[in-house]
Design a protein around this ligand. Structure first.
Ligand SMILES: [Zn+2]
Length: 360
């Protein structure tokens, strides 16, 4: 490989609801050109000074029947996507590097071909849209006169949640892909309504509330996540607005201890018809966190019954990092290493989410 040359490392094809996606990972920022060819239908991607890393097709997609590559003069690489039927390029973009990997994404949808009348037309692709950075609101639970729960050795939830909020903020900002706001920056009391307002006023694209649990049973341990889904909200708002009913719901999933803040926040979110809370995102978080720490054995994603998934573009989730009432878990939660690992897992989940549902 020539000095300074780029390299195609891997790619994946997959289906979204109405489109198929080609995602190519490269060692450097790609210098590329995309054109559309007909008879047969195909997309041609030309990459300047790029080597082919001997990679195989990953995944499958309804509209993409094949991926081929040709080594061109001057170390250029051509990748050809064979497309099943007439199509248009819905959008294409590159993502800022993540762990030094650059990604080029092309979404294809079925329909009238662009420049269908010309054979082998070169399509002037519309200018790249500037990708807007998603704004993440991180809400450190409790604060000020509300200490939250108290740990086995006396640690305070409000202190822990603030420390995690700052760590997550830092990891998010280091990716260069996000803007971050904190609902509180220090040990002050902010009521639940105000927290949601702060996120809304800032037009946040995601709201993450950070908490830690406690339980009378000091053996209880593990990470869990709460979400509500949009479609269920009217019915659930009614139910949740009634304190007894809400308590009943929580009883069903065997939650005690730190329920008042959870319940109140969820009620608030629902009453304000906060939209698009995402069960999908919650699963994503559990998937990323699972290798890093213990997950609550029973119902780690609570309110699964609320799960009516729509396209979630503004998900909100409430994370219970673990049980401070558990001696071992309290120690773990307080450790710098665990804080960093959990924060990184959460940020990976956020990355996955916004790759799937980019902010327009
Ligand atoms: Zn809490």
């Amino acid at each position: 490989m020539a000095e300074g040359a780029n390299k195609a490392i891997s790619y994946r094809i997959s289906d979204n609801e109405n489109s198929s996606r080609f995602a190519l990972d490269l060692a450097q920022k790609p210098d590329y050109k995309i054109s559309i060819r007909h008879n047969p239908e195909r997309v041609v991607i030309e990459l300047k000074n790029t080597a082919w890393g001997d990679i195989k097709t990953q995944g499958s997609a309804k509209r993409i029947t094949g991926v081929r590559h040709n080594l061109m003069p001057d170390n250029n690489l051509q990748i050809v996507l064979d497309i099943k039927t007439a199509f248009t390029i819905k959008k294409y973009f590159t993502l800022p590097p993540k762990e030094n990997i650059h990604r080029l994404v092309i979404d294809i949808e079925s329909g009238i071909s662009q420049a269908n009348t010309q054979k082998d037309a070169f399509i002037p692709i519309p200018k790249l849209k500037k990708i807007k950075k998603p704004l993440i609101a991180i809400d450190a639970g409790h604060g000020g006169r509300d200490p939250g729960t108290t740990g086995y050795h006396g640690s305070k939830e409000k202190i822990l949640t603030l420390a995690y909020a700052y760590t997550i903020k830092e990891v998010l900002e280091n990716t260069g892909r996000y803007e971050v706001i904190l609902t509180r920056k220090d040990d002050t009391y902010i009521d639940l309504k105000k927290r949601v307002e702060i996120a809304r006023d800032a037009k946040a694209n995601m709201f993450l509330s950070i908490h830690a649990d406690s339980h009378n049973n000091r053996m209880m341990s593990g990470f869990s996540v709460y979400t509500l889904s949009e479609k269920a909200s009217d019915k659930q708002a009614e139910a949740l607005a009634q304190k007894e009913n809400a308590a009943g719901l929580l009883d069903n999933v065997d939650v005690t201890g730190d329920t008042s803040d959870v319940t109140a926040l969820l009620i608030d979110l629902v009453q304000r018809e906060t939209k698009n809370l995402s069960a999908d995102f919650a699963e994503n978080i559990l998937q990323e966190v699972r290798p890093e720490t213990e997950i609550l054995h029973l119902n780690p994603h609570r309110f699964a019954g609320f799960r009516v998934l729509t396209a979630p573009d503004i998900p909100s989730a409430l994370l219970e990092l673990g049980y401070l009432s558990n001696k071992k878990e309290e120690k773990l939660l307080l450790s710098t290493n665990h804080k960093k690992r959990l924060a990184e897992a959460i940020v990976r989940a956020i990355n996955n989410h916004f790759e799937k549902y980019p902010v327009e």
